[in-house]
Write a protein that binds this ligand. Structure first.
Ligand SMILES: Nc1ncnc2c1ncn2[C@@H]1O[C@H](COP(=O)(O)OP(=O)(O)OP(=O)(O)O)[C@@H](O)[C@H]1O
Ligand SMILES: Nc1ccn([C@H]2C[C@H](O)[C@@H](COP(=O)(O)O)O2)c(=O)n1
Length: 203
């Protein structure tokens, strides 16, 4: 069984997927972390983030560890996870995610993972796992998402909101909900409330 949980930036995809996966006793995978890892390695190498030929050779040692409590991304024996949610990576990741060659590489990593699993991102239900029987799409207003993010970041709410809105705009192409996804506005719900909504739907 595959459950897909897509949605806009900072809508709660990772936290909700982790909660749902733990309740089901299966792993979850965060596709965004792979795009973030490519971006981080590109930035560290001084590569042009719009040039797939410069990025692909950096990826031979990259591996996603799909722990239910929180995914980790490794480059050989170096754990990249703690550096993947910086403002610098946020600023470059949409450029990287727009490259078809990088999308193909990410998709291949994900499709190689054994089911059952919960997969979260932007195009899990539309492109990577279109035949998944259970699909969800999370939304919330930019202000609500920025207020939540502000608890984890040093920037103020208006700056976070502007950056989220810009990332939503840049990610529009791959972020449409699957026609058969259940759309959940997480704005009025607690994190546990969103997890329970999905678990009830699965039952
Ligand atoms: N329903 C909710 N109510 C309150 N806080 C929430 C809710 N859902 C998520 N959060 C909080 O919002 C923040 C963003 O959530 P999370 O990182 O899971 O989102 P995301 O969609 O995976 O983000 P990104 O797109 O940047 O990877 C976290 O601090 C999380 O605890
Ligand atoms: N399936 C996916 C997952 C992610 N992306 C892009 C879009 C985001 O800006 C970036 C980081 O993802 P996040 O951590 O915010 O989930 O990666 C994508 O295009 N497709």
């Amino acid at each position: 069984m595959i459950v897909t949980i897509d949605g806009v930036a900072a809508s709660g995809k990772s936290s909700v997927s982790s909660g749902v996966a733990q309740a089901l006793g299966v792993p979850y995978v965060s596709s965004g972390l792979l795009y973030r890892a490519v971006t981080l390695l590109g930035l560290e190498a001084g590569a042009d983030l719009a040039d797939p030929a410069a990025l692909l050779p950096l990826l031979s040692g990259v591996r996603l560890e799909p722990l239910a409590s929180g995914n980790r991304v490794w480059n050989d024996d170096h754990d990249l996870t703690a550096d993947l949610h910086s403002t610098r990576v946020d600023g470059g990741v949409s450029t990287v995610a727009a490259l078809p060659e990088i999308r193909e590489w990410v998709d291949a990593q994900l499709r190689a993972l054994p089911a059952p699993l919960v997969a979260e991102g932007r195009d899990m239900g539309t492109n990577v796992f279109p035949h998944a029987p259970h699909k969800f799409y999370l939304t919330a207003s930019p202000r609500v998402r920025a207020e939540r993010r502000a608890r984890e970041r040093p920037e103020d709410i208006p700056a976070i909101e502007a950056a989220l809105t810009e990332r939503d705009r840049q990610d529009t192409t791959q972020s449409a909900p699957a026609p058969d996804a259940r759309i959940i506005d997480t704005g009025p719900l607690t994190l546990q409330g969103v997890i329970d909504t999905i678990l009830n739907d699965l039952r």
